[in-house]
Ligand binder design. Sequence first.
Ligand SMILES: Nc1ncnc2c1ncn2[C@@H]1O[C@H](COP(=O)(O)OP(=O)(O)O)[C@@H](O)[C@H]1O
Ligand SMILES: [Mg+2]
Length: 269
Amino acid sequence: MIEVKNLKFAYNEQDIALRDVSFDVKDGEWVSIIGHNGSGKSTIAKLLTGLIAPTEGSILYDGVELNEKNVDEIRKRIGIVFQNPDNQFVGYNVKYDIAFGLENHQVPREEMIKLINEYTELVDMKDYLEREPESLSGGQKQRVAIAGILALNCDIVILDEATSMLDPEGVEEITKLISELKSKYNKTLITITHDLNLAMKSDRIIVLRQGKKISEGLPEEIFKQRDILLSSNLDMPFSQKAFYLASKDEELLNNKELMDALWEYHFNM
Ligand SMILES: Nc1ncnc2c1ncn2[C@@H]1O[C@H](COP(=O)(O)OP(=O)(O)O)[C@@H](O)[C@H]1O
Ligand SMILES: [Mg+2]
């Protein structure tokens, strides 16, 4: 279990990124963090992985506070996938990209080959072991990044806008894989995203605005708070936007049949 308690973080006197944010993430739970650019989402990811330390407040992993002494140990449990697939690909080809991470963890060579085969198969990239990054799509590179994390046996996976640079096909591939990380592999997941279609699939959503948590709840609860979503400038799924716009128009709003149809369409998507 991850407990985030009264987290505050200032990059400097002007740039206060987080102002008293608290939330929990249970083992095996999938939580999405959504919010406008600059609302503090990536700062939370950096704090969770111990890249920066809180100005105030604390982060606990299974009841133990993250500190300078245990940060290396705790970091081994966390895998993070970033926005830009190209910045994460360090190997000369798929095989060496995953091997690089394993080497850093002193995994013996034989074990390494086994892990590479196992996890590239899991993300459906086993036929691409010798392929260089230039010949892969963004979605394929992100799948390799996820395989690399899984091979290191991380139980917590943080994805910071991991689908935002992908084409629709890549978004679909990664969305499916993320869902499987939870359902089949029981990973604890934190997805930071602008993509409400992805957020909708998670167990719980946290909405940030200007460094504060302004809302938290089940996806269907959050999506009912349309004003919050709109004012946070998030990309609403088309059906949600249609519903929202219709609800602002008195004539359409009185058309119960239309409103029911839009609502149903949205939640049965
Ligand atoms: N390295 C940095 N130095 C100074 N200010 C920063 C730095 N990184 C982020 N910030 C500021 O902190 C706030 C939160 O940023 P960030 O956590 O990146 O937001 P998000 O990921 O939600 O877009 C923003 O106002 C941003 O300008
Ligand atoms: Mg960010």
